[in-house]
Structures are given as C-alpha cells and as structure tokens.
Ligand binder design. Structure first.
Ligand code: KIV
Length: 282
C-alpha cells in the first residue's frame, strides 16, 4: 500500500497505537459520521495519560491560566506561558493532533503579530493554533492558513471577550444572534479554518450549525449535535473545586481522591506508620 493510500485510510478517533492524527482527519471523521473527543492538556504527565487513553486531539488551552496558574480569567495568559506548557505537552505527545491556543492580545493586533505568535506555537511543537471570534478575526485566519498554519476557530461564548459579552453567558439566543454565528461560521470555512469550537450555545443551534457547515464542529456546552466534544482536563476528572457549568460531566472524582490520599499520608506520617519496613532500604 502506498503512503498516500495509507494516509487516506486514517485511523478512527480513539483507536490506540495507529498513525499520528493529522489536520485533515477531522474532516474525514465528520464525513464518516464518527464523533471524536478533544481534551485540554497542559503538562507532560497528563499528556501521556490522555495519549494512552487514545484521545485523538489535545488542546493546550488558555484555560491553563485558570486551572493551572490561578488567574480569574483567560485574559492575563501570556504567549510565554502558553509556550512553556505547549513544549511540555509536545514532549509527551505521540499520536494526538496538538492544538495550541493563541492567548489574548497575540492576534488581535494584526496579521504580522498573529503570524509571528502562531509560528512560535508551531515551533513549540503544536500542529495547529486556535483563535477566538469571527468578524475581524477572519482576516487573520485567512492569512495564517494561506501561510501553512492550520487554524481552529472558536465561536459562541468566547472567553477572551467575556467583558464585551457581559460575562460568561450562553450566546446565540434569538434569530439575529444565531444568524451572526452562522455568518461567522461560514466566514471561518471560507477563510480556511480546519475545525471550530462551538462554546456555550443552545443545543438546537449547535446541531443546526453542525449540519450546515463543512467544518468539523467541537462542542463545549453546545449540545450533542456537534461532530466532537471537548472538556477541560480538570473538569473531566473532577479536579475543579466549587461549582462547574451545567455542561460539565465529571467522569471521575480525582479531587476527592487527591484529598483522601494527602490526608492518609499526613496521618501515617504523624502516627509513624509511614515509612514502614516495606518502604525502607535495608
Ligand atoms: O482554552 C480552552 O481550554 C478552550 C476550551 C474550553 C475549548 O478554549
């Protein structure tokens, strides 16, 4: 079988140990009706675990500002912080397609800035970049894709614009707002984006937009009609403390497990039960 034919028969999402996931695979999965998962990753160990689980797309999201660095929003995140975590994820990745978020102010300033900053994410090991919004961002998407930098769009609730949106609230409600989203989605497809995250929109609109666009859609709080779904690592595993948004499903309770383990360690140190003979050198 020639390499070209092998590539055309791309692995299904979630298949362990097949070839690396490439940008065009997402369009193939959409065409074949195969749903896929994307998970955020911020460090080497988590990346190795997600790779072993067969997650096909990993996003070094600017949510790292909140769940790793303790910022109140994604707005303070810098390119240098993104690059630090992107390199760690790239060192742990084998098969997954890597997407790196362009943080706030790294692409809003114009196409030269955007090209340089997107290029730095690729140099850090990402295969593609993600940026938020339609309208003026479409020119940036077209410029980057024309220069060989694959771009994932992000529409709906775009956290870098949370002040302009009046908070982290559901978007696309009402005919006019839904039409604006549909126009932006069409603009992204025309600008050459390879996929789009749809965040915080009504489920019916998520399904409608997904059916109407050639772009693979990846939902987060956008209902079951999207082509793929993404969750933040800490939300997925129950590591986030306090209230989480309605769309978050915790597939594990690792936050409670971490606290139990830390308490048990402290108690055994205090009692002298740890270290015992089994955990000491003779
Ligand atoms: O930054 C991020 O993690 C994201 C996802 C929530 C889609 O953009």
């Amino acid at each position: 079988m020639s390499p070209a034919v092998a590539h055309a028969q791309a692995p299904a999402p979630g298949e362990p140990r097949s070839g690396p996931v490439r940008v065009p695979d997402l369009a193939r999965w959409k065409a074949a009706g195969q749903r896929f998962a994307m998970v955020t990753a911020y460090d080497y160990t988590a990346t190795r675990l997600l790779e072993a689980a067969g997650i096909p797309v990993l996003l070094v999201g600017d949510t790292l500002g909140m769940v790793v660095l303790g910022y109140p929003t994604t707005i303070p995140v810098t390119l240098e912080e993104m690059l630090h975590h992107a390199r760690a994820v790239a060192r742990g990745a084998e098969r997954a397609l890597l997407v790196g978020d362009l943080p706030f102010l790294t692409y809003q300033g114009g196409i030269d800035d955007a090209t340089r900053n997107a290029g730095r994410l690729l140099q850090a090991g990402m295969a593609s970049v993600k940026l938020e919004g339609g309208g003026p961002a479409l020119e940036v998407v077209a410029h980057l894709t024309a220069r060989g930098i694959p771009v994932m769009g992000h529409l709906g609730l775009t956290p870098q614009s949370e002040h302009a949106l009046g908070g982290m609230r559901v978007q696309g409600r009402g005919d006019a707002a839904a039409r604006r989203l549909a126009d932006d989605l069409q603009g992204l497809a025309q600008a050459g984006a390879f996929a789009v995250v749809l965040e915080g929109i009504p489920a019916a609109l998520g399904a409608e937009l997904t059916a109407a666009t050639p772009l693979p859609t990846i939902g987060i709080g956008a209902g079951p009609g999207c082509d793929g779904q993404v969750l933040v690592f800490h939300d997925l595993l129950g590591l986030t403390m306090g209230r989480v948004p309605t769309f978050v499903k915790r597939y594990a309770q690792l936050g409670a497990a971490v606290q139990d383990a830390a308490r048990a360690f402290q108690a055994e140190v205090a009692s002298g039960a740890y270290p015992d003979a089994q955990h000491s050198y003779r």
